[in-house]
Write a protein that binds this ligand. Structure first.
Ligand code: DGL
Length: 276
């Protein structure tokens, strides 16, 4: 997917954002907030969710297919709005495609180091992200810290079902948080883009002083930085649009999206895997 870069290096071309499901919408929403002129194309790989329990090879394959779809749609930058795909596929996608590509892990790691005074940092994520040790590596590149990880495989299905509060969510949060809280962490990285939707219930269950690092916010700031550096920020002459694509079940995506996001999500289009 090299070549034709000039066609995509237009300020008013869209930014492509992808995740396995709804989670990346937390990132899209932050980007939309701080960059209101940018057109955004979102891809939720709902046919393959969850990524967090899949093999590295599978996540790389899905990520490559989605990135080619986005590049065909003339995006000027791609945001991997998924920690699992960032952990497994960022370096490969960067080698394969000639648009700038941003993952969520580096900026989250940086923000956690800045926030932590005790250097006891907790990271919650999918099994894939935790087993990749990407946060431990990125955090320790910046500053030697004690990083305590906890995989939370039930969080993504809770969010995808819209169960972000109530007794069941509460019990699951308590169970996953208990080992981390024993480590006296002062900072907690929400290392999965689905988790900002559980912020309310997480906050209820952990010490108020623990700082939450929301990868959605940190990556949105990184997008601004990269677009500015490359002189690719959109201008007022563009015809701003937001588009949503999924690989399965657009109706469910629309329904849940409408409950949780900052705008009505409509016109969700299904993309056939074979035709991507
Ligand atoms: N939202 C994703 C992440 O940040 C993936 C969730 C999943 O598909 O397991 O890791």
């Amino acid at each position: 997917m090299r070549g034709n870069l000039k066609n995509r290096k237009t300020n008013n071309n869209p930014i492509g954002i992808f995740d396995s499901g709804f989670g990346g919408l937390t990132v899209m929403s932050e980007i939309n907030k701080i960059l209101p002129l940018e057109s955004l194309i979102y891809f939720g790989d709902t046919a393959h969710i969850p990524y967090g329990t899949k093999s590295k090879g599978a996540v790389i394959k899905f990520s490559k297919e989605i990135a080619s779809f986005l590049v065909k749609n003339r995006v000027k930058l791609i945001v991997i709005a998924c920690n699992t795909a960032s952990a497994f596929a960022l370096s490969i996608l960067k080698k394969t495609f000639d648009v700038p590509i941003i993952g969520v892990i580096e900026s989250g790691a940086e923000a956690s180091v800045l926030a932590s005074k005790s250097k006891n940092i907790g990271v919650i994520g999918t099994e894939g992200t935790v087993n990749s040790n990407s946060y431990i590596n990125e955090i320790n590149k910046i500053s030697k810290s004690n990083v305590y990880q906890q995989a939370c495989p039930l969080f993504v299905p809770l969010v995808e079902e819209g169960w972000i509060s109530g007794k069941i969510a509460d019990a699951v949060v308590k169970k996953y948080m208990a080992p981390l809280l024993k480590k006296h962490i002062d900072t907690l990285v929400l290392g999965c883009t689905h988790y900002p939707l559980l912020k309310g219930i997480l906050r209820k269950n952990v010490d108020k002083k623990i700082v939450f690092i929301d990868s959605a916010k940190t990556v949105a700031r990184e997008v601004v930085k990269v677009l500015r550096q490359k002189s690719l920020l959109a201008n007022k002459n563009g015809n701003k649009f937001l588009k949503f694509y999924v690989s399965d079940n657009p109706e469910k995506f629309q329904k849940i999206g409408n409950n949780f996001f900052w705008r009505k999500i409509n016109n969700v289009r299904k993309v056939d895997m074979e035709q991507r």
